[in-house]
Design a protein around this ligand. Structure first.
Ligand code: TXA
Ligand code: MG
Length: 347
């Protein structure tokens, strides 16, 4: 299969490109498209064959459910088997945007989407290209991140092609995504609601709107949090696997550690350093340095591009200086721990 690439403006996407992509979706094909978080790999969510093609193209384990994207909150609500009041308040507040709500699944959604599970994740993205594609196709679009399974999520069109060129019908190239970290996934089938995957919408932001919210045990929640719901860990199937990881071994350290990087370099290791703030002056010769910003939003925007760059630099090891433990950096620390191969919450 040859993958077609259409460049569209990220703010005012031209109608012809969107129409072409919408046509591919309606015919059961696969389209990679930018969202405000990362690039998604989309197919018609109500077409089981298209959804199976998504699993195939990604090499995704069949037990991992896929988020369904809609053009607006009304369209999303129509795909829910049950729509609790907290879902309304969260949707009002954070949609369109980087929040996924897990609700009970109706029979109309194919089992392939939910990996046979009883719930479905719903999201209304804010990116103009994603929104236009959803409107024009008239279909809900099932879309995981547009990378091969276990690889890093793509924030640039080049990242998508590196993993999926020749495996999908079309790439809508809208340039870099603006958020960088995948959406927050919140399960609203339980009381209080539970964060299954931390993301750009932090626990504190959620609690400002709906009151108490728990963190899934894997994200630092207490055992009491996890036991308060019958299904426990099984409700976060995607969180059990090695995910969001570069191919190069990666170690996290709590502070910038020039001596450690220097030690590795002088032992003949090709070493990369993801530093927090200015490290140019202390960076040992031969190390590949990327300086990350202190602002969490900006850090998130740049994180995957930085990891992709270090991962393709032919290094033996990447040393990451962890940003501080805080509500704003919670999701970023989660992704960095995963990149190091240790389940989040248990560094
Ligand atoms: O920002 C995002 O969420 C991006 C863009 C494309 O929307 N999508 C994304 O999808 O990151 P994916 O498939 O790479 O990650 C979705 C995560 C997985 O860990 C999956 O297990 C979880 O959400 N998930 C999806 N549906 C679920 C459900 N019904 N119950 C529990 N977890 C679910
Ligand atoms: Mg993913």
């Amino acid at each position: 299969m040859k993958t077609e690439r259409i460049t569209v403006d990220a703010v005012h996407p031209d109608a012809a490109g969107i129409a072409r992509a919408a046509d591919v979706i309606r015919r059961g094909g696969l389209v990679a498209f930018p969202t405000e978080t990362v690039y998604g790999l989309g197919g018609d969510a109500l077409d089981a064959a298209a959804v199976l093609r998504i699993f195939e193209a990604k090499g995704r384990p069949s037990g991992n459910p896929i988020i369904v994207h809609s053009a607006d909150a009304d369209a999303a609500r129509a795909l829910a088997g049950e729509w609790p009041r907290v879902a309304d308040r969260l949707a009002d507040h954070f949609w369109p945007g980087p929040l996924t709500l897990v609700v009970w699944k109706p029979a109309t959604i194919p089992d392939a989407v939910t990996a046979g599970g009883p719930t479905v994740g719903l999201r209304v993205p804010s990116h103009a290209v994603a929104a236009a594609l959803l409107r024009e196709s008239g279909r809900p679009i099932a879309a995981p991140s547009a990378n091969r399974a276990m690889h890093l999520s793509p924030t640039l069109p080049e990242h998508v092609l590196k993993d999926l060129d020749g495996r999908i019908d079309l790439l809508l190239d809208g340039g870099p995504t603006m958020g960088g970290i995948e959406s927050t996934v919140v399960d609203v089938t339980v009381t209080p609601p539970q964060v299954l995957r931390p993301g750009p919408v932090s626990r504190a932001m959620l609690e400002d709107v709906i009151g108490r919210v728990e963190l899934h045990r894997r994200h630092g929640g207490s055992d009491a949090d996890a036991l308060s719901s019958a299904a426990g860990a099984n409700r976060a199937p995607g969180m059990t696997e090695r995910h969001y990881a570069p191919q190069t071994p990666l170690v996290c350290v709590e502070q910038d550690d020039a001596a450690m990087v220097g030690g590795l370099a002088s032992a003949g290791r090709r070493v990369g350093w993801l530093a927090l703030g200015a490290a140019r002056h202390s960076c040992p010769a031969g190390a590949s340095l990327i300086e990350m910003p202190a602002d969490a939003g900006e850090y998130g925007r740049r994180l995957y591009a930085a990891l992709h760059a270090l991962d393709s630099a032919g290094l033996d090891v990447i040393v990451v200086a962890m940003p501080p433990e805080s509500d704003a950096f919670h999701a970023i620390r989660d992704r960095l721990r995963r990149a190091a191969g240790s389940p989040s919450g248990h560094p």
